[in-house]
Design a protein around this ligand. Structure first.
Ligand code: SF4
Length: 473
């Protein structure tokens, strides 16, 4: 491959060069490198260690996998049902899991952040949601959280339900939109009239949510720049506090439901797809949002933009967060968390998840114990993803938290220096700063710091990709 010189602009040639699958780095190492031998005993021991560190707050994620129908483009762990009792049975197990965690970390631990994701959290009836909230509130100190958020699907939401969530104590809400164009919606199997989105958005504002987020997806079938521009018009008009603009990864061999997507209208080249994201960045930043990290946008007064300005933005399994989270405890099937230096994922299959809890075991299916080297590489990757720069001290020889001697990251330096030659980074003091061009290929730059990915002489990165917990290696 011909070398690319620094100073090049975003062109189809450049996009082609970096259009490679890569991790989104909501964890490091990425989940495919976790060990299936890590199991419930390790997880129990980690929770007990977190129990000893009583002053450290916990972040909580609860996965609620139920949906009324499967959207064709979906890349999440979702279970389609129309039965309320199936949710009750699941909640019994989530409550059991909460009790087990509470028994190990102690009752009333302060929570820094609570997030309910899915699936479709608002598939739960109000009574079911109240039950879950009350049980969490008994076990932990939710009042200490700086954010209590949930994702909702506007298609099955009502204004009354949204008001109910606010009354319960949620203060941030996220609505799935993807694209407002009917033809695009038809092609991805998710028909959501614009009037409905507007109605639920208005209800969230009316209910007094402190922060409202809308999720968009780019790279969908029939989503030309003209079509997507109309969606962006609607966003500019509604003015949500935050927007996420995820890349659609069409992987029907891994996600059979995506065989239902009308692939005839997908962008034909990485450049065609990138033009959609570039349009989003241009329109949204012109209209007053700050581009945060890879794929988020926040208004100045939103906590995420403030955290970015004050250089306290962090990253974890939930994406970009405003505070560091030493422990993220995940509940529900396919939950991913990190407790006392142990990263762990629970069983994806609903039946197996429930059976394991019935037997009194945490359904952990894989995990990873962070080494000192993992911690310093992760710190460097997250620093790049949040602050768009990399101080030299994060690459120098050091002594890790556990006393391990860590040699300088010379091999990564070579890759980063190549990024400088190609115009993705510039030298800043002894360290590096991301350039305007490199901003579009942040993941590729981060991959130079990844000790788990195979090393090649070729660029190893890719543009932004979809949902929070997905990875497209
Ligand atoms: S996209 Fe959302 S609503 Fe649709 S199936 Fe997936 S999780 Fe459910």
């Amino acid at each position: 491959m011909e070398p690319i010189e620094a100073g090049r602009r975003l062109t189809s040639e450049v996009v082609d060069r970096y259009a490679r699958p890569g991790p989104r780095y909501t964890s490091y190492p990425p989940i495919p490198f976790w060990d299936p031998e890590v199991g419930e005993e390790d997880y129990r021991a980690a929770l007990a260690r977190a129990g000893e560190a009583k002053d450290e707050p916990l972040a909580i994620y609860v996965h609620l996998p139920f949906c009324a129908a499967r959207c064709a483009y979906c890349g999440c762990n979702a279970t389609v049902t129309n039965r309320e009792d199936v949710v009750d049975v699941y909640l019994d197990r989530v409550v059991r899991e909460i009790e087990m965690v509470e028994g190990l970390v102690g009752r009333g631990r302060a929570i820094s952040q609570l997030h309910l994701g899915g699936g479709t959290p608002n598939f739960l009836t109000n009574a079911q949601m109240a039950r879950l909230w009350e049980r969490l509130d008994e076990a932990f100190d939710l009042s200490a959280a700086n954010e209590r958020s949930l994702e909702i699907d506007p298609r099955i939401a009502t204004p009354e339900q949204v008001t109910f969530y606010r009354g319960l104590g949620f203060d941030r809400i996220s609505l799935g939109v993807q694209d407002v164009d009917p033809r695009v919606q038809e092609a991805i199997g998710r028909v959501q009239p614009e009037s409905l989105t507007r109605r639920i958005y208005a209800a969230a504002r009316e209910a007094g949510f402190g922060s409202v987020n809308l999720d968009l997806v780019y790279g969908l079938p029939f989503q030309t720049p003209e079509v997507f521009n109309r969606t962006l018009d609607v966003m500019v008009e509604l003015r949500p506090d935050r927007l996420a603009c995820f890349s659609y990864a069409h992987l029907p061999h891994l996600r059979p439901n995506q065989k239902q997507v009308d692939a005839s209208g997908l962008p034909e080249t990485p450049w065609e797809k990138m033009k959609l994201f570039r349009l989003a960045v241009e329109r949204l930043t012109e209209a007053g949002w700050t581009w945060v990290g890879m794929d988020h946008f926040a208004l100045d007064e939103d906590e995420m933009a403030r955290a970015l300005r004050e250089r306290r933005l962090h990253r974890n399994f939930m994406g970009y967060v405003e505070r560091p989270t030493p422990h993220l405890v995940a509940f529900g099937c396919s939950g991913i968390g990190e407790v006392a230096g142990l990263q762990a994922q629970t069983e994806v299959k609903l039946g197996r998840y429930q059976k394991s809890l019935d037997a009194g075991s945490f359904p952990i299916v894989r995990g990873h114990r962070l080494t000192d080297d993992d911690r310093r590489r992760r710190k460097a990757i997250y620093h790049l993803l949040c602050n768009l720069e990399l101080p030299a001290r994060l690459l120098d020889a050091s002594v890790g938290e556990n006393g391990e001697h860590l040699p300088a990251l010379d091999e990564s330096r070579e890759g980063l220096d190549r990024c400088v030659r190609e115009g993705l980074l510039e030298v800043a003091g002894e360290g590096y700063r991301v350039t305007g061009l490199g901003r579009w290929f942040l993941r590729n730059v981060c991959m130079e710091l990844d000790a788990y990915l195979p090393r090649t002489a070729e660029p190893r990165v890719d543009g932004p990709s979809p949902r929070r917990f997905s990875m497209t290696v």
